[in-house]
Design a protein around this ligand. Structure first.
Ligand SMILES: CC(C)(COP(=O)(O)OP(=O)(O)OC[C@H]1O[C@@H](n2cnc3c(N)ncnc32)[C@H](O)[C@@H]1OP(=O)(O)O)[C@@H](O)C(=O)NCCC(=O)NCCS
Length: 401
């Protein structure tokens, strides 16, 4: 079977996207096709052709990703799928190869993705870079431990006002949290605030609640309510699609609002690992937090990626990096405020996928060593690398793509 990987032409875009929908067992809606066509540059969309039939795809959004102390271009990998009739014959492997070469040519140092299954992408050099914590809280047990009292106001705003207010909060938060990506006005409109009926999956419309203190928007929740009744009692849930706050005070008001919604028994949503909520409540167990893999990251251009983040001291460490999939990254690197190739003796040795797990600050080198993911060649190097890569807070990705 000869498979050709190429960009679909304008006329072929629809059938290529239909192949991806089929790979996920979903139906392509015209409205969504138009939305994705607007948002996904066609030259970043790869399709695998068996003759003239599209049988697999992989695409990437042109993101700006917040990294410790800065931001870098990152391909946001998406629309990955191969038809069930063509699986396990190496088509994904071919798509990944071409996509990484393409991102390299574009000069984007990083690739990031959410995986449908956690076992797929390690083999292509992706490492867990921002684990995801989810909350499934029991609202009946919610209480603040100490409560200085409510401040500010809460308003439920329509989507026009949301488009004005929410980006102000988002852009402020994004600057300081590795794992965030910049959002355009079109992204807000087409994805984050869009609300087609078939996205609701049994729940109600999207609501946007904005917290304001001193007339400034300081936090928001985008959420749906999933109504359910049993024996005359509500069993309804709040599904939080995004909750962000610019400060701990703003965040307290955000949770006061969310956990104050009547008729709700469960509050579900993604949870920032640096959130104060766990320590704010009397019963942290009732938040039912659960951790899984989350955002994966791959170095496309290791040198640019390492030079593009900030380090916590003037120290340097020499790291021998293995990278069979992107051999241009492999070799010995001096890492610190000056990054470059070196002939000096290596102090640590690891795969680039494991270095990716340390890059945004999710895992330190001691923890990687505990899992046999890094080898210390010079005593003390683990400790020094851990200190060098230390970040003020763990990464968090609030984007879905
Ligand atoms: C996941 C998917 C894209 C894989 O495509 P594919 O063409 O069958 O993959 P390949 O044949 O190129 O496999 C490449 C390697 O990945 C492995 N692999 C593929 N799918 C895997 C999976 N779901 N779990 C674990 N390993 C997987 C293969 O075994 C192979 O390993 P090897 O190189 O060691 O032999 C395809 O099964 C699919 O479309 N699934 C449904 C949609 C989906 O989950 N998409 C991913 C979105 S993030």
């Amino acid at each position: 079977m000869a498979i050709e990987i190429r960009n679909p032409s304008e006329d072929e875009f629809r059938s290529a996207m239909k192949a991806t929908e089929t790979a996920f067992g979903e139906e392509q809606k015209e409205e969504d096709f138009q939305r994705h066509r607007k948002m996904l540059p066609r030259d970043r969309f790869l399709a695998a052709y068996d003759g003239d039939r599209p049988v697999g795809t992989a695409a990437s959004f042109p993101f700006r990703l917040t990294v410790p102390g800065g931001e870098l271009a990152a391909g946001g990998v998406t629309w990955v799928g191969v038809l069930p009739s063509h699986r396990r014959r190496g088509i994904l492997r071919q798509l990944m190869r071409q996509q990484l070469d393409d991102l390299r040519e574009r000069g984007e140092p990083l690739a990031i993705l959410w995986a449908s299954e956690a076992a797929i992408y390690g083999r292509f050099g992706y490492g867990i870079a921002a684990p995801m914590t989810e909350m499934n809280a029991d609202r009946s047990r919610f209480a603040f431990r100490e409560d200085p009292g409510a401040v500010g106001t809460v308003r439920i705003v329509d989507s026009d006002e949301a488009k004005q207010l929410l980006p102000r909060v988002y852009d402020q938060v994004r600057r300081d949290i590795p794992g965030f990506v910049a959002r355009s006005g079109a992204w807000w409109e087409q994805y984050r605030l869009a609300d087609p009926e078939h996205w609701r999956r049994g729940a109600g419309p999207k609501f946007c609640a904005v917290i304001e203190i001193d007339d400034e928007p300081v936090a928001y929740a985008i959420y749906r309510i999933k109504n359910d009744w049993e024996d005359g009692f509500s069993q309804s849930q709040v599904r939080l699609l995004e909750t962000l706050a610019v400060s701990p005070a703003a965040e307290r008001e955000l949770w006061r609002f969310v956990f104050g919604i009547d008729l709700i028994v469960r509050v579900r949503g993604r949870y920032d690992p640096a959130s104060p909520l766990f320590l704010l409540v009397t019963d942290p167990r009732s938040l039912h937090l659960k951790v899984s893999d989350g955002l994966w990251l791959r170095f496309v251009d290791l040198e640019a990626a390492l030079a593009g983040r900030e380090y916590s001291s003037d120290d340097t460490v020499v790291i021998e990096v293995r990278d069979s999939c992107c051999p241009w990254n492999a070799g010995r690197w001096r890492v610190g405020r000056e990054v470059g190739r070196t002939e000096e003796a290596a102090e640590l040795e690891l795969d680039s996928a494991d270095l990716a797990s340390a890059y945004l600050g999710a895992f330190d080198f001691r923890r990687l060593a505990g899992a046999q993911r890094v080898r210390e060649l010079v005593p003390g190097a683990l400790e020094r690398a851990t200190n060098l890569f230390r970040t003020p807070r763990p990464p968090f990705c609030s984007e879905d793509f």
